[in-house]
Design a protein around this ligand. Structure first.
Ligand code: ADP
Ligand code: ZN
Length: 436
């Protein structure tokens, strides 16, 4: 019988959660003030001292922390404990620019295990579950994060790491893995390989998957669920704050519960920094209130999402964040129109006979931006019927135009043309950057 939740705080009354957050925030502010000269200087510049922070509402008096602050203090300038108390280092995967390094104390690692265990339980896992971790192990937080979660729960961690897809499938079959953890791109790849090998989803034991580390749409969720015969759950996290487990999805599959007892989320207007009311879309900002080694306050994630505290059918009271639509730095501006790759993905799914593999190629020709969308078609698409190909291209171009308000050249390509990803996928080639 699976447990309804892992940690009682997940279902605590909201007032209790807020009281805990307040006490922890006050402590966290003193902690950085006392131990991180960089933070103290930033707070002094902003004219705030720890005594000014008494309530959750006071949080907004604190200055923001930006990725640039992490780069400026690279490698250890924001650490709040001496190195003798640090037991592990991780680094961001470097998707956007120079990597950053973060540290954990033993207590931080325990908390990480606890929040990742919540995600596994929310996906139906328990002490019997074999948790197949196909996120990369190493400096990237994906692999070890879920690994700690499985161990903390007392489940069985299978540290496969990413790559060697046929071997992944053999392990799925032979070891009887119950829960698969990897990026949604890799889950799709594993599912397609399974199909190619002629193995039906009901021939493997897998019942659920916990997928994150990159944006994915509801359509790709459906596709993964179908390919693997599982229920697919979202998980969110980032190296700077902890790694996977900052927020996780429950059976309702309508957004992710944020581990508010450790991380206070805010949504702000990215241009003005103003805190937005619940339900509005904006940039996610997190404050770590229990981290010892690397406690960021008001960290600007650049992820665009919303927060809502409506009653959830799972019984959890932790606030929920929506699937992030992508990062502000993933957003393309093409002839003045804002485009997220995930929006294109949704349109492609609606058009049918497409696969979840596509590439956006942005360029500048005669001083005007151009967008080409390479779309891989599903195996049943008839490429030899020229008229059908043209029709499909027009159909997709029209759908992109009406949904996103932008014209694009559509190039349909045959199955397996676009490179598959074992980790985070790359959806955009922006050639304009070459001319900068
Ligand atoms: P990098 O910044 O180098 O990619 P991370 O591995 O720390 O390093 O990535 C964290 C980022 O990954 C988040 O800020 C977010 O943009 C993205 N991300 C993580 N989980 C999800 C998710 N479930 N949905 C959408 N995006 C996600
Ligand atoms: Zn829920």
């Amino acid at each position: 019988m699976s447990r309804p939740y892992y940690n009682p705080i997940e279902v605590a009354p909201v007032a209790e959660i807020k009281a805990l957050q307040t006490a922890r925030l006050i402590h966290a502010v003193h902690h950085v003030w006392d131990y991180v000269p960089y933070y103290r200087a930033r707070m002094e510049e902003a004219g705030v001292s720890p005594e000014d922070i008494q309530t959750l509402d006071d949080l907004k008096k604190l200055p923001f922390t930006y990725k640039q602050d992490l780069r400026d203090t690279y490698p250890y300038g924001l650490f709040a404990v001496p190195m003798e108390d640090v037991v592990e280092l991780h680094a961001s995967s470097g998707t956007t620019g120079k990597q950053i390094v973060v540290g954990y104390t033993e207590h931080d690692i325990q908390i990480w295990g606890d929040v990742a265990a919540r995600a596994i339980v929310a996906a139906g896992g328990d002490v019997h579950s074999k948790v197949h971790v196909s996120y990369g192990y190493g400096l990237f937080t994906g692999g070890l994060g879920l690994h700690y979660g499985a161990k903390t729960l007392g489940a069985v961690a299978i540290p496969v790491s990413s790559g060697n897809t046929k071997r992944q499938i053999q392990i799925l079959q032979d070891f009887g893995s119950d829960i698969l953890c990897c990026t949604p791109s890799y889950a799709t790849y594993i599912g397609e390989t399974l199909r190619e090998m002629g193995i039906r989803p009901d021939e493997i034991k897998l019942s659920a998957g916990i997928f994150g580390a990159e944006p994915w749409t509801e359509d790709s969720r459906q596709e993964i669920q179908r390919l693997l015969g599982i229920k697919a759950y979202d998980i969110y996290g980032l190296t700077e704050i902890m790694g996977p487990g900052v927020a996780y999805e429950c059976a309702e599959q309508t957004g992710m519960h944020v581990c508010e007892d450790h991380f206070i989320p805010e949504i702000i207007n990215p241009d003005t920094g103003e805190v937005l009311p619940e339900g509005e879309s904006g940039e996610l900002v997190f404050s770590c209130i229990t981290k010892e080694a690397f406690p960021l306050l008001r960290y600007r994630t650049r992820d665009i999402a919303t927060l809502t505290r409506t009653k959830c059918s799972c019984g959890r009271t932790l606030i929920k964040m929506s699937k992030p639509r992508g990062r502000t730095d993933d957003m393309l501006i093409i002839r003045g129109v804002n485009v997220f790759p995930s929006q294109v993905e949704s349109v492609l799914f609606q058009c049918g006979q497409t696969s979840p593999h596509y590439l956006l190629i942005v360029d500048r020709v005669n001083n005007s931006d151009t967008l080409e969308i390479m779309v891989e078609m599903s195996p049943d698409f008839q490429f030899d019927a020229v008229r059908l190909v043209e029709q499909k291209q027009q159909e997709i171009a029209a759908a992109i135009q009406s949904t996103l308000g932008i014209s694009a050249k559509i190039s349909l390509v045959s199955p397996k043309t676009i490179e598959r990803s074992e980790g985070k996928s790359k959806r955009v080639i922006d050639k304009r950057q070459l001319y900068k």
